[in-house]
Design a protein around this ligand. Structure first.
Ligand SMILES: [Zn+2]
Length: 52
């Protein structure tokens, strides 16, 4: 999962794909120039449980 922080309304926007346009779903601001963050912590936990 990817997320972008909107500096206009201070909300996080989440998406499963990095591609495509990023428009804030709260205020509609174009977030193309904002940093994209990854949120993969939960996936690592799932792998660890299956191996154990
Ligand atoms: Zn916003």
């Amino acid at each position: 999962m990817y997320r972008i922080h909107c500096p206009n309304c201070n909300h996080y926007n989440y998406s499963a794909s990095r591609a495509g346009k990023w428009l804030c779903c709260y205020c509609g601001k174009d977030l193309a120039n904002e940093k994209v963050e990854t949120t993969t912590e939960t996936n690592k936990d799932n792998k660890r449980e299956k191996l154990a």
